[in-house]
Design a protein around this ligand. Structure first.
Ligand code: GDP
Ligand code: IMO
Ligand code: MG
Length: 427
């Protein structure tokens, strides 16, 4: 199995980090292919808890080579903060590879991300403020700065000069901020050159050679299907391709190499930031999920919006990504509920929709059609086989599987590395 993709099937924070870590020992490379330090992946190994933002979760598995692909936007300061933090805890990060073609997040884009949000007021996206949107916009606008540019002062200066011509107009005239000098940007980026150099590689060649040599490459998405710039709830999305198609462009691995697509889906739904969310709960049930599931953002600490499982979204994610297997996470969080509603379709102005409405306005007006499933009260965190689950928990998994368009191959019953039921091996 040459290449395997892991994607989020909802609005992020499904437990991609844990799933990647779970597979870490079976794969040779883990590649982050999109996004940047807007991601927040929590991985729990024994008593140790790690919060990763920019580094691929595979960095925690000895022997697995972590790669930051060309599709990622890199805040170099954050990269070294994360490396230093892990090294201080005894994690070896020396094998990390960073694509020479990945774009870097200059300081001015972090400023622009935050001031743009403030300027939008009630129309804001609720971004993480990490400069992600402006940096991808620069990339598409052909005004971006790439990792390789840092090593050539002349080229870097030319590119920064070009970018700042427009950026400074926007900063000073639209947002009333101070102008940035070419020297300060160049100096800041150049200050990392010596330390960065050993990590930089032609990662597309590296990964292709690895596949030719029979190695297994895991491509790990940040964000998720509903935050994908093309397929998500635009404009309330991130600015990258977080779906399986993005795994090919964001890593340089050809689509024909990808044999399996693993969708990570929570047993309920959460969302951070603004935008539509049909099954969102505003009552004590939402509070229950937030408290039981510890639903507070890994990156910004914001309370996550919580709601019931939405099978329309799961089916959509299965279709867009070509999901072969789902990992159903956080089933344990539902323990203690008498009944558990599952959204099977939407009602939009009296019309039943089994599929995601193509029109954004319809999605904003979608009212969930629920099916009520019986709950369970037994502690399931120690379950390690499907039969260990109470019959009603088994029935819940089977029903959401039936509704979601792919098999539930792994079921998460706790945050720990071993707290999973493997029904079908993923690799
Ligand atoms: P990611 O962004 O998709 O990697 O997910 P996050 O790490 O942001 O959020 C998922 C959270 O759920 C983390 O705190 C994980 O430790 C935790 N988690 C993952 N799987 C399970 C599970 O099966 N049960 C419970 N209770 N927690 C889980
Ligand atoms: P992981 O990888 C949840 C959301 C932000 C905001 C929108 C745009 O941990 O699942 P951005 O800063 O990317 O321009 O913000 O996307 N968002 C996430 N929500 N999990 C994430 O990552 C997210 N990354 C971005 O809250 O609504
Ligand atoms: Mg997260």
């Amino acid at each position: 199995m040459p290449a395997v993709v892991i994607v989020g099937a909802q609005w992020g924070d499904e437990g991609k980090g844990k799933a990647t870590d779970l597979l870490g020992s079976r794969v040779d490379y883990v590649v982050k292919f999109n996004g940047g330090n807007n991601a927040g992946h929590t991985v729990v190994i024994g008593d140790e808890k790690y919060a990763l933002h920019l580094l691929p979760s595979g960095i925690l598995t000895p022997g697995c080579i972590p790669v930051i692909g060309n599709g990622v936007v890199v805040d170099i300061g954050v990269l070294f903060e994360e490396i230093d933090g892990l090294e201080a805890r005894g994690v070896d990060t020396s094998q990390l590879k960073v694509s020479a073609s990945a774009h870097v997040i200059p300081e001015y884009n972090k400023v622009l991300d935050k001031v743009t949000e403030r300027f939008l007021g009630s129309r804001k996206i609720g971004t993480t403020g990490r400069g992600i949107g402006p940096t991808y916009a620069d990339k598409m606008n052909r005004q971006g700065i790439r990792v390789q540019d840092i090593f050539d002062e002349k080229i870097l200066t030319q590119k920064v000069e070009g970018a700042l011509e427009l950026k400074n107009q926007i900063l000073t005239k639209v947002y009333n901020r101070r102008a940035v000098t070419v020297e300060e940007v160049v100096e800041d980026l150049r200050s990392y050159a010596d330390r960065l150099a050993p990590y930089v590689a032609d990662t597309t060649l590296l990964l292709d050679s690895a596949i030719v040599d029979g190695k297994i490459v895991l491509l790990e998405a940040g964000q998720a299907t509903m935050l994908d710039v093309d397929h998500g709830t635009y404009p309330f999305v991130t600015s990258s391709s977080a779906t399986s198609g993005g795994a090919a462009t964001g890593s340089g691995i050809a689509p024909t190499r990808i044999e399996r697509v693993i969708g990570i889906v929570k047993a309920y739904t959460t969302r951070v930031g603004e935008g539509p969310f049909p099954t969102e709960l505003f009552d004590e049930s939402g509070e229950f999920l937030r408290e039981q599931g510890a639903e507070f953002g890994t990156t910004t600490g914001r309370p996550r919006r919580c709601g019931w499982y939405d099978a329309v979204i799961a089916r959509y994610a299965a279709r867009i990504n070509g999901v072969t297997d789902f990992v159903l996470t956080k089933l344990d969080v539902l323990t203690g509920l008498e009944t558990i509603p599952v959204c099977v379709a939407y009602d939009v102005d009296g019309v039943r929709h089994e599929e995601m409405p193509v029109n954004q306005t319809d999605f904003h007006h979608a009212v969930p059609v629920y099916e009520e499933l019986p709950g369970w009260s037994e502690d399931i965190s120690g379950a390690r086989s499907f039969e260990d689950l109470p019959p009603t928990a088994q029935a819940y998994v089977r029903r959401v599987e039936e509704l979601s368009g792919a098999r539930m191959s792994v079921i998460g019953v706790g945050p720990g590395r071993d707290q999973a039921i493997v029904c079908h091996d993923l690799i």
